[in-house]
Design a protein around this ligand. Sequence first.
Ligand code: PEP
Ligand code: MG
Length: 580
Amino acid sequence: MQSFSGIAASPGIAMGRLRIIDRRRTVVSEYPISSESVAHETARLAQAIADTRIELESLKSRLAETSGEDSLFFIETHLMILADERLVIETSEIIRTGMINAEGALRRTLHRYRETFARIDDPYLRERISDVETVIERVLRSMTGETEEPLPQDEGQLIIAAHDISPADMLQINRNNVLAIITEIGGRTSHAAILARALDLPAVMGVDDITDLLLDGAAVIVDGLSGTVIIDPDQETFQSSLRRKQHYEYIEYELLKTVSLPAITLDGHSILLQGNVEIPEEGVSVLGHGGSGVGLYRTEMLFMNRAFMPDEEEQLAMYRLMQLAIAPHPLTIRTLDAGGDKLLEGIDHTEELNPALGVRAIRLSLSMSAEFKKQLRAILRVSADGPVRIMFPMISGMEEVRTAKALLEEAKRELIASGTPFDNAIQVGVMIEIPAAVTVADLLAREVDFFSVGTNDLIQYTLAIDRSNEQLSHMYQPLHPAVLRSLRRIVRAAHEAGIHACLCGEMAGDPLYLPVLLGLGFDELSMGAGSILRVKQILRRCTLERAIRIAEGCFAFSTAVEVDMYLKSQITMDVAESID
Ligand code: PEP
Ligand code: MG
């Protein structure tokens, strides 16, 4: 028996036979060319890119039949990389100045990209090099005529081990016979890991040299909960893994039963359970976990770790990918929430003594209205293709909403002037995360179409507790009477004005708080995809009437600890009653 440790990239446990897939690089050689051959090599490059596009388009239509439209954004991403003119321009330049063949030049371009990506701090963006590599490997294969080893389709009960697995490979995996995957590279935020989670395929990644050390056919256990791979397990290990697997699957099975069930209480009251996302892959996962749309798309990711701000077209392309991932459900796009601790390299942030109280979120956007309007136009443009809502972060009062809305109107006029379609009735909401906004919630409610409470910040600003200060974490109390009173006031103000009250802070994803939030009257809760089923399970076991009583009961207590104890006692009582 041998045991290997890696990164627990996708939960679940699987037992099967090992099948090693060799997807390593296409072998290409670099050789000098004469100046007469430069045009020929440049044409070969262009032809290979065109052929690869055709290949990807055909893969896209094949996958559309088997995997559904919503998983196709990987191919879209690859098509976007392929369409990037810099790839051709930079490689042609290397052919011309280096006087080398197209394959060699393309390898050098890839090498440059690798160096650039390696300098990126953000792990998600850094790992996007794997998409660029996959695309360039495809173009290289097209030039060399090499074909890819096909994935096994019907060999039964396999665990696939590979140096790396591309998202396109992941989509082609036959779930009937592939039980889990192991890779040598990649981490929790790699595309393959995100897809593995979306496909419920256990995965352990970052296991060094496993494809060199092992042989096809070995018996293997993949434990995607602990990140372990066990080869040729003894009887005792096998039995204990089997018990762990059964226990995990039982709990998941119970939860998954609720995926397509409505988010509705026992007495017929329904609320929207949505997902919080930053990247399109999470959109797919939200739907896979029964979410009915995206309640918070944090767009900051697109602006970080880059020297220049993304232009309107790039933003539009990204929003389209997200829309594609969650179609036909609604997408709530939050405008840039940068500043504070999320500094952008593309902007000259001035040093601040209190960044959390500084030029952050809407304040930053309003201080650079030309950039802000690019984002507004991109959001408006994507609203032409499906239901989209727009949301402004960290609103403190009426002036900010009015100024932001005036810029939105300007952006609309610009689009009308250029004949660009958009949804003129797009809903506009504000995030309520500053105590001042709570106090003037009645005024704000008349100005917008919905509220979304950002409890992460609302708790921080209400209690004056830095949300990232570990020393004070015991004082960061979602059930503090001041927070609960704020939530009650926000919902009342929203409902008096006839608009929806949504909540998209971390509080929404904690099943303990569900009865309180439901009882207070929230219409929509938005959370990380992984929390949706657990929250839905509690929702479906509650009545609105009982939740209202529980929520009202909270206001009889004067400290967060008392409210917490009260809440737990109520839930224990409910469980005891349901067993009786
Ligand atoms: C919040 O503050 O609750 C919120 C959802 O926004 P963020 O966590 O991105 O600040
Ligand atoms: Mg916030």
